[in-house]
Design a protein around this ligand. Structure first.
Ligand code: HPA
Length: 273
């Protein structure tokens, strides 16, 4: 169990460093980190400098918290997150969400790279997360409940904010960026799925599959934050394209290629929500 004081310790440190706290935070998924280049007047803090913050076990996932303005809009950006497949508990994966809540952040935009499960999706497309399925992991808020972060039993009927989704759809339409809306199916990884698993995921209602986001979304919902989720479809999931395989190289390359339109969409969405 991570004690309340540990979240508070991180939040107190950041309050002193960040000054006025923006209402919105964006978490950048694999390959989508370049958006931080466009931040103006940014404060940049390595996770390792934040007291209480989880320590990264992976060199390449060092992790940086930025606070600045994107197209004039104040925003916190997190580049690099913690994943369950790295060995962290669901509670540690979503640690930063509770810290953002203690800072006073009201809205969180979670982005990720995901595999396309829906046959109508194409590589490079974006998908607004309408809902998610998480069958294979415990809850990030399992255990003794910390009442200051919300009630033990809480509703997920509108986990992915209908208002923020509507705003995102309008932005995408104005920019001419195609945006699907579908169900994100969480898989723990780190191996990609088998073709049989992908068929099962489709039968169960998944449109895209990925290894992040859901713990953070659930944690944010408990403490009353509004959540928006956007996936970049970096590959078609296993077994969909004959004679093809899934690779991390492809995932990262496609996300990098998509990052220009992703950036345009993010700027518009942050201004609209
Ligand atoms: N499966 C799981 N996670 C992913 C995938 C995938 O095909 N692509 C990007 N993240």
């Amino acid at each position: 169990m991570i004690p309340y004081e540990q979240y508070e310790q991180s939040a107190d440190f950041l309050k002193n460093r960040l000054g006025e706290i923006p209402p919105t935070a964006v978490v950048l998924g694999s390959g989508l980190g370049s958006l931080t280049d466009e931040l103006e007047a940014a404060v940049k803090i390595p996770y390792a400098d934040i007291p209480g913050f989880p320590r990264s076990t992976v060199e390449s996932h060092a992790g940086l918290l930025f606070c600045g303005r994107l197209d004039g809009q104040p925003v916190i950006m997190l580049s690099g997150r913690f994943h369950y497949y790295e060995g962290y508990s669901p509670q540690t994966v979503s640690f930063y969400v509770r810290v953002l809540h203690l800072l006073g952040v009201k809205k969180i935009i979670l982005t990720n790279a995901a595999g396309g499960v829906n046959f109508s999706y194409e590589v490079g497309d974006f998908m607004l997360i309408a809902d998610h399925i998480k069958f294979f992991s415990e809850s990030p808020v399992r255990g003794q409940n910390i009442n200051r972060f919300g009630e033990r039993f809480f509703d997920l009927t509108r986990l992915y904010s209908p208002n923020m989704r509507e705003a995102a759809k309008k932005c995408a339409k104005n920019l001419g960026i195609p945006l699907h809306e579908g169900v994100y199916f969480y898989m723990p990884g780190p191996e990609f799925e088998t073709p049989a698993e992908i068929r099962a995921i489709r039968a169960l209602g998944g449109d895209a599959v990925g290894m992040s986001t859901v713990f953070e979304a659930v944690t944010a919902a408990q403490c009353g934050m509004e959540v928006l989720g956007i996936s970049c479809i970096t590959n078609m999931a296993a077994g969909i394209i004959q004679d093809s395989t899934v690779s991390d190289t492809e995932v990262t390359a496609v996300a990098l290629k998509a990052s220009r339109s992703f950036g345009a969409l993010m700027k518009a969405v942050i201004a609209a929500v």
